[in-house]
Design a protein around this ligand. Structure first.
Ligand code: CTP
Ligand code: CA
Length: 225
């Protein structure tokens, strides 16, 4: 992607970005996962580095090559992601939760591989809720001016659901994607609306994930003191 010189408007800022999708293990060989590719989070990391930020990228199961200039923390599960994000957020100016966090995890981890038994149906899977990392970061800001950004993928009533979610999470910005067959998962491009807690609504036309990332940083930059 050809880009001209970028203003270093994030110089001296520490930004924390989560990317990818958590995997919740059932046994040593199986997990519950999701389709997040991590590409939007990586685009956020690359553009933040280009704009001068110190970047901590908390990466869950993406398999993507490390972006240069970012500190990478690798995690697997939602509980590990929470720990890594909270730790990095302690001195962060901005936290962006682009990762797809599993809402539920298996209630118990079976230490040996789960085996079939002749003539028996499988036991039902019991799930428990994972912590809501975004809501927690937004509620317990490490510093008063810290900016917190969330992502949401919605299939219906995208803007209305997005507004409700922004309020419920308590974040400053929420990037809302409409998901459909062709859209978002694994693709190089994205289309979204960025909702702001102050009422702002910024549509981002279908285009490269870097363009959406730069719009997010523009909005963040304007809100940093
Ligand atoms: N998120 C989080 N921790 C969770 C679930 C979600 O931090 N346990 C974050 C995601 O990283 C994302 C935002 O919350 O930035 C919205 O995720 P989404 O799945 O859309 O929200 P949920 O509250 O889980 O709502 P839903 O029931 O629609 O999945
Ligand atoms: Ca969810």
């Amino acid at each position: 992607l050809a880009r001209g010189p970028v203003a270093p408007d994030l110089a001296g800022r520490h930004v924390v970005i989560s990317a990818g999708g958590t995997r919740e293990p059932l046994d040593p060989v199986r997990y519950l996962g999701n389709r997040s590719s991590g590409k939007q989070g990586y685009a956020l990391a690359r553009t933040a580095v280009a704009r001068g930020a110190r970047v901590t990228l908390v990466e869950a199961n993406t398999g993507l090559p490390d972006p240069s200039g970012a500190d990478i923390v690798r995690v697997g599960t939602a509980v590990q992601l929470r720990e890594a994000v909270l730790k990095a957020a302690a001195d962060a100016d901005v936290v962006v939760m682009a990762a797809a966090v599993a809402d539920f995890r298996p209630a118990e981890y079976v230490t040996g591989k789960i085996k079939k038994k002749d003539g028996q149906e499988p036991a039902p899977l019991t799930l428990v809720r994972n912590p809501d990392i975004l809501a927690e970061v937004a509620a317990d800001r490490a510093a008063p001016g810290q900016i917190v950004v969330g992502f949401a993928a919605e299939t219906d009533n995208v803007l209305a659901n997005g507004r409700v979610k922004l309020l419920r999470k308590g974040c400053d910005l929420l990037v809302v994607n409409e998901v459909g067959e062709r859209k978002t998962f694994g693709s190089e491009e994205n289309e979204a609306v960025v909702l702001a807690a102050d009422g702002g609504e910024t549509p981002v036309p279908y285009g490269p994930k870097e363009a959406l990332a730069d719009t997010v940083w523009d909005l963040v930059s304007a809100r940093l003191g």
